[in-house]
Design a protein around this ligand. Structure first.
Ligand SMILES: C[S@@+](CC[C@H](N)C(=O)[O-])C[C@H]1O[C@@H](n2cnc3c(N)ncnc32)[C@H](O)[C@@H]1O
Length: 175
């Protein structure tokens, strides 16, 4: 059994729930929704308020029931510590996903960084998926949110599809 704190410590990372733009990393100007090919869905004013409320709740310690655990095959992974309802906002990525533009690895992150991916090459992979990664234009900035795609039982591990249309992320070796 592990915790987010021990996983971050083991990887010499610092907790951060906010998108940060540090020297040597991709600048804020590069993280614009308008740069997305084909455009990006603009999050409505009401939904932005909901997202901000979720962030405020997390800051108060009212977070979705998630645990970081260590598995000898999968490394760190995240599991539900209680029942989670379909469409629950699980976490927001605090890394910018612009690593290709960065000269230093991101040493700040939150629980989203520990959620594992499905194997795109086995029929069982898709069955394991219980959350998805969605990207929205929030006031012009690209924000990446993880949402439950069905009810998740206590003890279930969380998995989403790391691959979009380009299928660039190799998952043949994933369990
Ligand atoms: C974003 S990290 C997820 C957290 C990671 N498991 C860790 O220990 O830091 C992505 C990496 O986790 C591992 N991983 C993710 N999903 C996996 C799976 N289903 N089976 C095995 N390894 C997996 C791979 O090494 C992948 O490159």
């Amino acid at each position: 059994m592990g915790t987010l704190a021990s996983a971050l410590t083991a990887l010499q990372m610092e907790f951060s729930d906010d998108l940060t733009y540090l020297p040597g990393m991709a600048p804020q100007l590069a993280n614009q929704a308008k740069f997305e090919q084909g455009g990006m869905q603009v999050l409505s004013k009401e939904d932005i308020e909901t997202l901000e409320q979720c962030r405020a709740m997390c800051k108060r310690g009212e977070c979705p029931p998630l645990l970081v655990v260590f598995d000898s095959c999968e490394g760190y992974t995240v599991e539900a510590d209680d029942q989670i309802k379909d469409l629950t906002i699980l976490a927001e990525y605090s890394e910018t996903h612009l690593k290709a533009l960065s000269s230093v690895p991101d040493k700040r992150g939150n629980i989203a960084r520990f959620i594992n991916g499905i194997n795109n090459h086995t029929p069982d992979g898709k069955k394991k998926q219980n959350c998805k990664c969605v990207r929205y234009d929030v006031n012009g900035e690209c924000r990446v949110i993880l949402v439950a795609t069905r009810d998740i039982a206590k003890g279930e591990r969380l998995y989403y599809d790391y691959n979009g249309y380009e299928h660039e992320y190799p998952t043949q070796h994933f369990v």
